[in-house]
Write a protein that binds this ligand. Structure first.
Ligand SMILES: Nc1ncnc2c1ncn2[C@@H]1O[C@H](COP(=O)(O)OP(=O)(O)OP(=O)(O)O)[C@@H](O)[C@H]1O
Ligand SMILES: [Mg+2]
Length: 229
């Protein structure tokens, strides 16, 4: 975890390059739309974060008496009882629409994808999945056909700018937008950009500390002289 990262907690904290994706996901989050979703796009565009927030907001929106957490799995570490747990989590929500999240869905084998297709049909229109992937083509067409397929494209520097401003401000660094855009350069991965901001804060902080503390005999002498005056 980076020292100066800000973990998004609500839908409004998320950043989107694609206004259609933003509008659609907002509708899923507030319950205007219901159904399974695939979020696809390059690394570090906020897919898993958006999936978790949409699922969580939906849960709050349609909250029943019994409050189960959202089930979240990853396709590259998918336990054998995951499908049972997903179905139990759904049915535990009663008549409330409920999501389960599977990140890195493309990592699942054919057999598991076929089983998932069956449970999607069994609960169609009542409960849903949010799936994330970097490689949409690896997801069976049959599953894509059962989902709203939403692209989360690479983020542009201007889209990342407000997030960077916020992080820098919290870290006590004042940079112009031009400086921030130069630091972002062509990076579109939120992780890489946050690392860059973290490094900038660390550099400014240590420079400030060095200025505040006398580091050489000369500095000590100068300070002593000023004090005597
Ligand atoms: N709007 C945001 N503001 C600040 N940090 C964010 C934002 N969205 C995501 N992040 C952070 O950026 C990192 C990457 O986000 P996330 O894991 O959602 O990307 P991803 O698209 O799922 O990446 P991958 O394709 O590698 O799975 C996470 O540490 C997350 O906390
Ligand atoms: Mg992810």
């Amino acid at each position: 975890m980076l020292k100066h990262a800000i973990q998004p907690t609500t839908f409004n904290d998320l950043v989107f390059e694609n206004p259609n994706a933003q509008q659609k996901l907002q509708q899923y989050a507030n319950g205007t739309l219901q159904g399974s979703i695939i979020l696809h796009g390059p690394y570090g565009t906020g897919k898993s974060t958006a999936a978790a927030i949409v699922a969580e907001q939906t849960r709050k929106h349609t909250n029943g008496m019994i409050d189960f957490p959202i089930n979240t799995f990853s396709g590259d570490d998918f336990p054998s009882n995951a499908l049972n747990r997903i179905e139990n989590g759904w049915t535990g929500a009663g008549t409330n629409f409920r999501y389960a999240v599977i990140d890195e869905f493309d990592q699942l084998d054919n057999k598991t994808m076929s089983k998932i297709r069956k449970i999607m049909d069994k609960h169609y229109g009542v409960y849903g999945l949010i799936l994330t992937t970097n490689e949409l083509y690896k997801i069976h067409n049959a599953i894509q056909s059962r989902c709203d397929v939403i692209e989360m494209p690479a983020l542009s520097p201007n889209t990342l700018l407000p997030m960077c401003r916020k992080v820098l401000q919290q870290g006590g660094v004042t940079w112009t937008d031009k400086q921030i855009l130069t630091a972002i350069n062509t990076q579109s991965d939120i992780r890489a950009v946050l690392r860059q901001m973290d490094a900038a804060i660390a550099q400014v902080t240590s420079a400030n500390q060095q200025n505040a503390v006398p580091t050489s005999r000369q500095n000590v002498g100068q300070i002593a002289q000023k004090t005597r005056k």
